[in-house]
Design a protein around this ligand. Structure first.
Ligand code: KG4
Ligand code: ZN
Length: 358
């Protein structure tokens, strides 16, 4: 196998995006994505069974599109990489089975890749090798995590995460309360521009001293987030206006909600970085599209002396190129293939960057 600049095909199916990406070393050749988001709209959130069926329909066309875009054949590929977790069990299963079938049919080595770490690995496609003292802030409909990345292919640590809803999920739920439709993130982001972010002081979850503790004696949730109380506070606020026979000020509520989310995400992420000597931060996940999150992260990172990297948004949302990128890094680092006996792991921890052969 070519381990200096391997041609790697990456497959992603952990949520509602079917992604097939192709890279050569650190160079992006193709990034084909098919999303089933439209099919979830009327339910106001991703329905796992619908997502799984959509992956099944989308896989072969998306694979063909990626190969065409890259101008390569399956035969030329050095290795196949696939997301094995974390994610929705049924959705992961479709991508993993497709990847195993391809690996068996072509005789190519297969690598089972961690989705979260792949969100970090994608950084190499935009600006090359990742810097030292690296942290990653991942914010999407499925995750809200702050990671410390010592070595991308072998040493990643979870510093903090949400203990309930992911940030994007909170956006989607609040958008539903405000009657804005799904997905809620872009709608709230837009409406918030017309509102006053200081109109209502919504709660910042897990910021009380009993959760934070101090730098010397950290509390149990110093770097963790919680968004379920915030969502409830928005619902109560809307109810109060309605009970009084008044129209809720939706733009002010959207702006104030967004400010609460973005404030607590950035404050805790920057705190985790400064207390762990992290001087470079990569922002990833679908919510990285949020204008206020980008703005406040940049502002607070600059103030803390942290240099910030935000890949282009099509690489931040779920895609196959990120899986291919991390797969290629593992191949280049001499990592062994995972074989075809592994099973997807819906709660694969970040410490498990690629699965060993079963
Ligand atoms: O990464 P992604 O495409 O899929 C996963 O959830 O893994 O992220 C989708 C999430 C949705 O919850 C959507 O509401 C949110 O990202 N989102 C945004 C924005 N654009 C997308 N949230 C806030 N502001 C945005 N501009
Ligand atoms: Zn993701």
């Amino acid at each position: 196998m070519n381990r200096t600049e391997p041609l790697v095909l990456g497959i992603e199916s952990s949520c509602d995006e079917t992604g097939v990406g192709i890279v050569r070393g650190n160079t992006l050749l193709a990034n084909a994505v098919s999303s089933s988001m439209e099919e979830h709209v009327r339910f106001g959130g991703v329905i796992p069974e619908i997502a799984s069926r959509a992956h099944l329909d989308a896989f072969v066309p998306t694979l063909r599109q990626a190969l065409e875009e890259a101008g390569v054949t399956l035969d030329e590929v050095d290795a196949i990489a696939v997301t094995s977790g974390p994610g929705l069990a049924g959705a992961l299963m479709v991508g993993v089975c497709a990847a195993k079938a391809l690996a068996l049919a072509t005789g190519k080595p297969l690598y089972a890749i961690n989705h979260l770490v792949a969100h970090v690995g994608v950084g190499v496609l935009d600006g090359g090798e990742l810097p030292e003292n690296l942290g990653a802030l991942l914010v999407s409909g499925g995750h809200t995590e702050i990671l410390r990345v010592r070595t991308l292919t072998s040493d990643v640590e979870l510093l903090g995460s949400t203990i309930d809803d992911a940030a994007g999920e909170a956006y989607d739920k609040v958008a539903r309360i405000l009657g804005l439709g799904y997905p809620g993130g872009p709608a709230i982001d837009k409406l918030a521009r017309e509102g006053n972010p200081k109109a209502i002081r919504f709660p910042r979850g897990l910021t009380q001293p009993k959760y934070m503790g101090s730098a010397e004696v950290p509390g149990p949730h110093r770097y963790d987030w919680s968004f379920s109380g915030l969502k409830t506070a928005v619902a109560r606020c809307v109810e109060q206006y309605e009970a009084a026979g008044q129209e809720p000020p939706v733009a002010d509520i959207a702006a104030s909600f967004q400010e609460a989310v973005v404030d607590v995400i950035t404050a805790k992420a920057v705190l985790a970085c400064t207390e762990h000597g992290i001087t470079n931060l990569l922002l990833g996940g679908g919510v990285a599209a949020n204008s206020r999150l980008r703005e406040l992260t940049a502002e607070r990172c600059a103030a803390a002396g942290i240099s910030l990297r935000v890949p282009p948004i099509r690489l931040c949302t779920d895609n196959g190129a990120m899986v291919a990128a991390l797969g290629a890094q593992v191949v280049m680092a001499g990592g062994e293939p995972s074989g075809v006996a592994f099973t997807p792991d819906p709660s694969q921890p970040v410490t498990s960057i690629h699965l060993p052969a079963a």
